[in-house]
Design a protein around this ligand. Structure first.
Ligand code: HEC
Length: 142
């Protein structure tokens, strides 16, 4: 009887350890795929086009590229960083966030700034121009 109980006990420990190990390795894998320090990939040609569009569209009246805040946040270092929003959320500035910031700026307002960015760039810019602007902002990540 005692040996039987010991056997069950040992089995429970082995299964438990196995499960823990499995979960642990799963967690490490998960962390790897959501690694926010992963290098940002930029299309250099699109970034050059984006820089020109930013100048001609008037974005640079409110945004700087050198780290100094204007009436809008600087674009230096934004891509890939955590953005604290007035909704109390903190989001990572990935491609989706940056695109949304241009097309629907009022939906995710950054802490410390007013909701003054023109909301109608989606009407005046093509999808490709918005993509080029996003690549330009991403090229300023470092
Ligand atoms: C009248 C000033 C103004 C103009 C012009 C303007 N923005 Fe903005 N922008 C802001 C302000 C203020 C914010 C921060 C509040 C918010 O998130 O809406 C912002 C936020 C952003 C963000 C998010 C930045 C961050 O720190 O998370 C991006 C990206 C952006 N703007 C891109 C653009 C682009 C591209 C253009 C031109 C097509 C543009 N903006 C034109 C004022 C402006």
């Amino acid at each position: 009887m005692r040996n039987w109980a010991e056997g069950v006990f040992a089995l429970v420990i082995i299964v438990g350890l196995g499960a823990a190990l499995f979960m642990f390795s799963g967690e490490t894998l998960g962390e790897g795929t959501t690694d926010t320090t992963a290098p940002i990939t930029v299309d250099p040609d699109a970034a050059v086009r984006g820089e020109i569009i930013a100048g001609s569209t008037g974005c640079l009246a409110c945004h700087t590229t050198d780290g100094t805040p204007g009436s809008g946040p600087t674009w230096r270092g934004v891509a890939g960083s955590s953005r604290p929003l007035q909704s109390d959320e903190v989001v990572i500035a990935d491609d989706v966030y940056l695109t949304n910031s241009i097309l629907d700026p009022g939906s995710q307002v950054v802490v410390g700034f007013d909701n003054i960015m023109p909301p109608d760039y989606g009407d005046s810019l093509t999808e490709f121009e918005v993509g080029d602007l996003v690549e330009y902002v991403k090229s300023l990540a470092g």
